[in-house]
Ligand binder design. Structure first.
Ligand SMILES: *Cc1c(COP(=O)(O)O)cnc(C)c1O
Length: 400
């Protein structure tokens, strides 16, 4: 039999990250056990009958639940201050499940425009195909939210800070407007991580993560999570997950459990390095702009300080000279890797116009402030002085 080792919601964050949700088998292993099993066996036919009738609480099938996933779900819920959690096979599975489990034809959904590309596709292409009316607004413009939310709304979906221009959306203000319209607020909290921002405390109803990013943090495993209250979990998330099957692999859940143990340390260091890099970049005369919410020059620096406990692990900046100069710069980097992933121990850089946001029209990119010179840097855990050397060398080369 497995047993839950002590677990107290009053624990401080660092303790929750290391011990939250820990369950030990009869072998009393130190580290979280990895249960690579798709199914479970019963003592008797009667027990199987009772399990299926819901009279006996036990594991039935890993599409429904698995002990390694349960540990991760409990740890994430404890960390977020949420009543319940469901893990998913990827961040996109979490986003889609959080929306699809509750909407029906005829519903109306409002989202911010500056979304991760696939999230925007769900809002602008998939939901309308299912008969859901959707509208996108400029997330930083409260008047636009107010106007869009002047009628009955099923849900609001947003991401803050946004990708790749790191705009900050006022979670408390948007949540208040959304609730007046009868909507549930879903926040994609990937860029903030649970360490920097707790949307549920600011009025949001549901938080989604791609655990692929900082929670794994070392580029190994895809995964996602939905955090919400018990009622929403039971009524909407659980039946949707059980019957459509976007379950996370136990192996990936185990990787995330081990990743969480160091999340606090990593995110702090990522942010410290990112601020140092942002200040270094701001001192370079050859850049058009440097975007980092932790810089005094960021237009929403005050809002960032109010709703986040740290600025971000990502820095975006714009090179003078557009795409040609940007490509020359990217190709000259020796340490920083070209990759569209983020939140990794390794520093990764991407050119949004031609990669993550390639699918958008020129107009849409303009609305989002994504020009040919813009690059997005996910600052890793290398020595920031080495990153500065790499960036400085490549900037000099690109702008000769
Ligand atoms: C990566 C990401 C996703 C999607 O997550 P996957 O794990 O890649 O499916 C969703 N939202 C944001 C903000 C992301 O960065």
């Amino acid at each position: 039999m497995t047993q839950t080792v002590c677990c107290d919601p009053r624990w401080r964050t660092a303790t929750k990250l290391v011990r939250g949700g820990l369950t030990r088998s009869e072998f009393n292993e130190t580290s979280e056990a990895l249960y690579m099993s798709s199914g479970y066996v019963y003592e008797s036919a009667e027990e199987a009958e009772a399990a299926f009738a819901g009279d006996k609480d036990r594991y039935i099938y890993s599409r429904y639940a698995n002990p390694t996933l349960s540990m991760l779900e409990e740890r994430l819920a404890l960390l977020e201050g949420a009543e319940a959690c469901a893990t998913t096979a990827s961040g996109m599975a979490a986003v889609f499940a959080a929306l699809a489990c509750q909407v029906e034809a005829g519903d109306y959904v409002v989202a911010s425009r500056a979304l991760f590309g696939s999230c925007l596709y769900i809002v602008t292409d998939i939901l309308p195909r299912l008969g859901v009316e959707t509208r996108v607004v400029d997330g930083t413009n409260l008047a636009e939210w107010e106007e869009a939310l002047s009628r009955k709304t099923k849900c609001v979906f947003l991401e803050t800070p946004t990708n790749p221009t790191l705009e900050i959306i006022d979670l408390a203000a948007v949540s208040a407007l959304a609730h007046k319209a009868g909507a549930r607020v879903i926040v994609d909290n990937v860029f903030s991580t649970p360490m920097l921002q707790r949307p549920l405390q600011l009025g949001a109803d549901i938080v989604v993560y791609s655990t692929t990013k900082h929670i794994d943090g070392q580029g190994r495993a895809l995964g996602g999570a939905i955090l919400c209250d018990k009622e929403f979990h039971k009524e909407f998330v659980t039946p949707f997950m059980r019957h459509t099957g976007p379950a996370m692999s136990p192996f990936n859940a185990w990787i995330c459990l081990k990743g969480l143990e160091t999340l606090d340390l990593r995110v702090r260091q990522h942010c410290q390095n990112a601020l140092q890099i942002a200040r270094f970049l701001e001192a370079q005369a050859t850049l058009d702009r440097v975007i980092y919410p932790g810089l005094e020059s960021h237009p929403q620096h005050e809002l960032c300080k109010r709703q986040m406990s740290g600025a971000s692990t990502v820095v975006s900046f714009e090179l003078t000279g557009g795409k040609e100069t940007a490509f020359k710069f990217l190709n000259a980097l020796e340490i920083i890797d070209l990759s569209n992933n983020l939140g990794d121990a390794k520093s990764l850089i991407t050119h949004p116009q031609t990669t993550t946001h390639q699918r958008l029209s020129e107009d849409e990119r303009e609305q989002l402030g994504i020009g040919g010179g813009l690059v997005r840097l996910s600052v890793g855990l290398e020595d920031p002085l080495d990153l500065q050397d790499d960036l400085g060398r490549a900037l000099d080369f690109a702008q000769l």
